[in-house]
Write a protein that binds this ligand. Sequence first.
Ligand code: BGP
Length: 487
Amino acid sequence: MRTGFPKDFLWGGAMAASQAEGSYDQGGKGLDTQDLRYFDAAWSKEERALKQNRRMNGEKFDAALASGDLEHYPFRRGIDFYHRWREDLDLFAELGIKVLRTSISWARIYPNGDDETPNEEGLRFYMDLFDACHAKGIKVFATILHYNIPVHLVQKYGGWKSRKTVECFLRYTRTLFERLGDRVDYWLPFNEFNAGKFNPYNGVCLVEDQEEDYSNAIFQCLHHQFIANALAVKQGHEILPGSKIGGMIARFTTYPATCKPADVMQMIHDDQYSNWFYLDVMARGRYPAYMERYFEAEGIHIQMEPGDEEILRANTVDFVSFSYYFSQISTTEQGWEKTSGNLIMANKNPYLETSEWGWQKDPVGLRITLNQVYDRYQLPVFVAENGLGAIDVPEADGSIHDPYRIDYLRSHIEQMREAVRDGVDLIGYTMWGFIDLVSCGSMEMSKRYGVIYVDQDDAGRGTLARSRKDSFYWYKKCIESGGEDLA
Ligand code: BGP
């Protein structure tokens, strides 16, 4: 029996280009879909949480295109990682991470998405970054697409609705495999595949009021992404034999509200439709039978091309991964109390405490999830995101005491260790937002995940100076001890 984390366990940190890099119009980068999301620091907490902020319509899209504003478009500024990455990397090395998960910005490599040749300056940025990681003994886990696609692809082809975007994506992935291949250790073509369903602008870049049948368009786009994912796996394996290419979802762990059989059935359906569908296609290589019934009931018709099923079947992923932040309840009862969760509103569990943003903290749910995912796919598992969004207040001397974050990390890592002892082939853990960055959901800076603090407020004011929170020293000790010293 395994007693703890394997020696070569990949302790790490995760971030994403659009939330960190900034410099949205520098180095030859084109405008991307995240650059168009509007935020106002004057919004109340309730206004920040509104679902429409995550959705896009034609009016907001056009207004953003016409604007050069940085204050109200926080993804345009990020945390200035584009210029500060060398110093940041020194801190990452001091923290002792073994792997950095970050995404590559498509519009830095192909500014319009359908350009004939790549932007060399964009490629150079990632070559330098990844080389520097390796020079410090940090492996690279590269997300190929973490929500932000070149705006031009949306304007010209309707984004993921079109097969043309699949073609452009594969030109982009070919460039990455060929030019960055020896600098990347783990590949992830798509961040949180199920986001397309739950957050259609981020996930599949749909402009809502331009769709006649929004629900159908979502699944058509998802089909194109499945094909793009499978063909990227094929391409990656051909260009880089032995490369490790994974699939990822945002995991919404779900429990039945009661032992009433109808609640248990509801849980099975919620799990299938929200979670397993996406990993099943990527890891088992086919649309699962339960989705036929769902599509029938929902009136969804997906247009497939001859050969699509074969493409999915022949090109499955090498490992599975997920983000894990919370769990939720499944019930047939109407009017169950709700709370927030990553990407969705969740049914409240009376046994769990919530974060300041209402996300239900459930460390045991992580062990449950790891067991479920490994049982189902029997593939190596990577926890690609996990962490606590909280308000941190620096003391007068600049120190930042964040015992709540340490508690969160400790309790989740303890449960990961239990899962390893349960026999789960867990290969890595990249803590989300280990350096503070712009929140993806609510676009604010004040929802902080980092063990590294970044001095910037919601309106983009601040020195951008980096400093170590108490959790920095705690996570460093955890990594040094191979996950044994969690005190
Ligand atoms: C995931 C995204 C990340 C990240 C995280 C936390 O869904 O992949 O980009 O931001 O959630 O969410 P938020 O930033 O909304 O707190």
